[in-house]
Design a protein around this ligand. Structure first.
Ligand code: TUI
Length: 312
């Protein structure tokens, strides 16, 4: 079944559930514009997550999802909240959703794990995932090693469930490329930061607009917690800490505080500005609807252009 039919959405565009950023304001705007808005749980308390779910139901009558971030200290509570609040679509990230799969499937929830490699994709299919979001290392935030270009076709070959491509996709050309690789849809995060509806601090938006193609960096690789964000004094500090042998827990604690400083306080020097490599292409703030409709028309244009290419 096509992903748009499975989810009852108009366009195969998911909005990435950016930690501390993807509130009901953003997710409802994406769903109202025909994509799939997805609420974040990363960096939010369980009370806040419940509030955002309730608010999203008020702001849209279209389908929306909740991302269960599996490094969240209260992940079990959030997993149960999905059912209590009647959330119909769940994406998961930064770990395996296996412990909650049976509970969700019995409740009729559509489960779409975000995965960084073929091995995890196969595992997710085996435990009953309805689709997977394949996230390349071009993404902002917590990332794997493989690029979207290399990973998507390998996952498409390895599983029979629909594949959604994520990482480095910020316009309709990227979307057309994802289709060429065998994906049925795309997940987009960074592009949605540069929208009026995105509740992130203005300085964070400006940092994305100012960011060049080579201005993001991955830290935390040595402790198995790779995070991509904009190069700044904060990421340099992370490097120092890695060298001094900081533990994963210390890193995560520091990461959460730093993300809040950037997202809420607008401190883009000592805060963690988690954005993807595609930031370099983003140069204006638009509405969510404009972002989605331009992605769709650019994609159609790209597909038309490609159909004119002849190699024989
Ligand atoms: O989860 C993400 N991206 C994120 S989560 C996040 S919150 C955060 N806050 C402070 C510091 C660090 C992070 C920010 N960005 N993307 C989805 C994703 N999931 N990428 C990679 C994975 C993943 C990794 C391992 C999924 C599954 C997995 O293992 C599963 C298994 O079976 O072992």
């Amino acid at each position: 079944m096509k992903i748009t039919e499975l989810l009852n959405i108009k366009y195969p565009i998911f909005q990435g559930a950016m930690a501390q950023i993807a509130t009901a304001d953003l997710a409802a705007a994406v769903s109202n514009a025909g994509g799939l808005g997805i609420l974040a749980s990363g960096g939010f308390t369980t009370e806040r997550i419940r509030e955002e779910i309730k608010r999203c139901k008020e702001l849209t009558d279209k389908p929306f999802g909740l991302n269960v971030m599996l490094m969240h200290p209260d992940k079990e509570v959030i997993a149960r909240m999905v059912i209590e609040e009647g959330v119909k679509v769940v994406t998961t990230g930064a770990g395996t959703p296996a412990p909650y799969m049976q509970m969700w499937k019995e409740a009729g929830v559509i489960v779409i794990p975000v995965i960084p490699n073929v091995k995890v994709a196969k595992k997710m299919e085996a435990i009953g995932a309805d689709a997977v979001v394949v996230e390349g290392t071009e993404s902002g935030g917590h990332v794997g090693e493989s690029t979207t270009m290399a990973l998507v076709p390998q996952v498409v070959d390895a599983v029979s469930i629909p594949v959604i491509a994520a990482g480095g996709i910020g316009d309709g050309r990227g979307m057309a490329a994802a289709f060429a690789l065998g994906a049925q849809g795309v997940q987009v995060g960074t592009r949605f930061i540069a929208t009026h509806e995105c509740p992130v601090h203005q300085n964070f938006k400006q940092a994305v607009l100012d960011c060049g193609d080579a201005d993001t960096i991955v830290t935390g690789r040595t402790i198995g917690n790779s995070v991509r964000g904009i190069k700044n004094p904060m990421t340099i500090k992370f490097y120092e800490l890695e060298k001094q042998g900081a533990t994963r827990e210390e890193f995560e604690e520091l990461g959460n505080g730093a993300l809040r400083r950037a997202v809420i306080d607008g401190d883009i020097e000592t805060g963690s500005v988690m954005t993807g490599q595609i930031s370099g292409m983003i140069n204006k703030i638009t509405t969510v609807e404009e972002a989605i409709t331009s992605m769709i028309s650019e994609c159609e244009e790209a597909l038309k252009r490609l159909s004119g290419i002849s190699l024989s």
